[in-house]
Design a protein around this ligand. Structure first.
Ligand code: FAD
Length: 307
């Protein structure tokens, strides 16, 4: 199935998983996928560790997704990858029935100034896949509604997105964006720039304060809107929510963690409503391998029950 075509006809629902680092985590993942598949997602994607360190686990997860009866979309980055190495991996994916790929550059390794591989940008990777495999892979690419953290300007970042389309990309998966006004501006700007690819919106459920702050600020420079900032302040764990060995674990701390999660779920639901109201082509939930919380969000948004 071509997802870009399906997205033109209706709004898709999909999930993103990551390959667990432990054997126990891997053993539990088929159960998680089974629960998520009850919602009949059009696809489930699986992240790829920069440098390809976890490619074996990524391939295993793709097979679990295939076995569960939905389409696996593998993420793929150029970090520390040679052309030959990339071709070898892509041949393997195709041989194993994985023909949907999210073509990414990946983050520059710490202490380096280049990708340490044969390509420097995702545009090169899209061209390589298209030149080597024609239409055998359906190609998704990343889009950053606030502009990628290293871009010179939003306009130059959008020109890169247009280049990805010209090189053969089929649809966009977006970086998380809590600033809805900025998202709308970006959507107008990409359409004006001639980007016609469907937009599948990445949504990270707000479940954990540390993970939320980390995801927003450690690499992506995402703006938090007033509502989210206030939510974080309201449930702040004093003195330091990042302390992994807090001096005491008390009832108040536990209650705050649980209350933050509940308020975060409410926030995520409102965010999904806002994206749907804009008529986006898909909702891609970063499921974080947590099926229970994600199920609550899908159920309460009515993503699979409302027309
Ligand atoms: P690019 O599109 O190549 O852009 C990178 C920067 O270079 C931008 O600032 C862009 O404006 C600039 N640029 C691009 N082309 C040119 C050019 N020709 N000349 C000058 N400047 C240029 N990372 C992982 O490691 N594993 C994952 O599984 C993963 N999954 C992700 C899933 C999604 C949905 C998203 C949005 C991101 C994901 N990432 C993942 C993170 C991603 O790898 C990083 O954001 C990375 O820093 C940029 O990747 P990109 O494909 O957007 O890069």
């Amino acid at each position: 199935m071509k997802l870009a075509k399906a997205m033109q006809e209706k709004m898709l629902l999909s999930f993103e998983l990551f390959p667990p680092k432990t054997e126990k985590g891997m053993a539990n993942l088929p159960g998680t996928i089974e629960h998520l598949c009850k919602y009949k997602p059009e696809y489930i994607s699986c992240t790829y560790g920069a440098g390809g360190g976890n490619v074996g686990a990524n391939r295993e997860v793709c097979q679990m997704i295939l076995k569960a009866g939905t389409i696996p979309v593998t993420h793929f980055t150029v970090i520390k990858n040679t052309k030959e190495g990339m071709k070898e991996q892509m041949d393997q994916y195709l041989a194993e029935g994985v023909d949907h790929i999210l073509a990414l550059r990946g983050d520059i390794p710490r202490g380096e100034t280049t990708t340490c591989g044969d390509f420097q940008y995702a545009t090169d990777l899209v061209k390589f896949i298209k030149d080597t495999y024609g239409d055998r892979f359906e190609i998704a690419v990343a889009g950053s509604p606030e502009g990628h953290i290293a871009c010179r300007s939003l306009e130059s970042d959008i020109a890169v997105l247009k280049q990805k389309q010209d090189n053969g990309a089929d649809y966009i998966m977006t970086q998380l964006c809590w600033d809805m006004e900025q998202f709308k501006r970006w959507l107008d700007m990409i359409r004006q720039a001639g980007v016609t690819m469907p937009v599948d919106v990445g949504v990270m459920p707000i479940l954990d304060m540390k993970a939320t702050i980390n995801m927003a600020l450690s690499r992506n420079g995402c703006v938090m809107d007033r509502e989210l900032s206030r939510l974080i302040s309201r449930y702040w764990i004093f003195p330091d929510p990042f302390d992994s060995n807090p001096p005491f674990v008390d009832e108040e701390r536990e209650r705050k963690l649980a209350d933050f999660k509940q308020a975060g779920i409410e926030y995520t639901i409102r965010q999904i409503d806002a994206y749907r109201a804009l008529g986006v082509n898909g909702i891609h939930l970063y499921a974080l391998n947590k099926w229970k919380d994600v199920s609550e969000i899908v159920d309460r948004t009515g993503l699979r029950t409302l027309i």
